[in-house]
Design a binder for this molecule. Structure first.
Ligand code: GLU
Length: 298
């Protein structure tokens, strides 16, 4: 991709699977305003890789709502469904390094394996129990998920580059967060990645059937994003995302996980919460400044 200047580049990356609500408005305005304050660039990216749920109507409404809020971005907008071959190539590259394996387990299989009595029986919840681990990448069948072999991924990162000493004692990666809930530097911990994330799904056998996890990492790099500004609900996913960046040799941006906008009962807003959809406020005659005030950005 093109060379990007050293200035701040932020993005808003909605999935077109429902109306944008006040929480999205907060995220988008914050990312926009932070870039503007730094004389940087705010980008929009449409994360429509969930082909079963993404709809063009929702995408059009995203553009309308954001323009109405007064936000602008360079065109063309990156739509992930236009880049499936690029994600498939990255998945293949990880597969060729022996870091992925195909998995045909259904959710029910996984639940059953986790619940099965075993030595030191653990909880019936947790990361994927590894039933298909060891199946070669070449053995992919239609419908298979492609899982990252977490232990191998960690081992690959630990291998010392030629001419350098072992690096087993260094963190696997780290990122900085400037948000209010998790400020500071965060190290990736190998034991924690294995115990709490395990062998995550990064794709499917079908061409371009990628995961949010991977596509988002690839596009943050492709778009030269320097600051990822998004809700605190995505803080935990940052750990495997930084792991993927390290495996793929991509830069790690700075993160700002912002507070979530909640309703009066303290529940965080959901896509189906039409009452707080930006479109509903617009239809009721609200002004963009009203939205800024409602999310505490006026
Ligand atoms: N597409 C994700 C969502 O709509 C956001 C991903 C991100 O900001 O990294 O929830």
């Amino acid at each position: 991709m093109a060379c990007h200047s050293g200035l701040m580049r932020t993005r808003f990356a909605p999935s077109p699977t429902g109306p944008l609500h006040l929480g999205h408005a907060y995220s988008a305005i914050l990312a926009h305003d932070m870039a503007r304050a730094a004389h940087g660039t705010f980008l929009l990216r449409i994360e429509d890789t969930d082909l079963a749920r993404a709809r063009p109507e929702w995408e059009s409404r995203i553009y309308e709502d954001l323009h109405w809020l007064g936000l602008g971005w360079p065109e063309p907008v990156l739509r992930q469904s236009d880049h499936l071959a690029r994600y498939a190539a990255a998945i293949d590259a990880l597969g060729a390094r022996g870091l992925l394996y195909p998995c045909g387990c259904s959710r029910a299989d996984i639940r059953a394996a986790l619940a099965a009595p075993q030595e030191g029986a653990g909880p019936a919840e947790g990361p994927y129990p590894g039933t298909c681990r060891g199946r070669p990448y070449a053995d992919r069948r239609p419908g298979d998920a492609l899982r990252l072999d977490m232990a191998r991924a960690i081992a690959a990162l630990r291998q010392a580059p030629p001419g350098q000493g072992p690096r087993g004692d260094r963190p696997l990666g780290q990122f900085r967060d400037t948000g209010p809930e998790h400020p500071g530097r965060h190290d990736l911990d190998a034991a924690d990645l294995v115990a709490t994330r395990g062998d995550l799904v990064v794709g499917r056998k079908e061409l371009g059937a990628t995961s949010y996890l991977l596509a988002s990492v690839l596009d943050d790099a492709a778009q030269g994003i320097t600051h990822v500004i998004r809700g605190a609900d995505l803080f935990e996913i940052t750990f495997p995302q930084v792991l993927l960046q390290r495996l793929l040799g991509l830069p790690t941006p700075e993160y700002h996980h912002h507070r979530l906008i909640r309703d009066e009962t303290g529940k965080r807003l959901a896509k189906r919460d039409d009452a707080r959809a930006i479109a509903t406020y617009r239809a009721e005659g609200a002004r963009p400044e009203t939205i800024r005030r409602l999310v505490g950005l006026a």
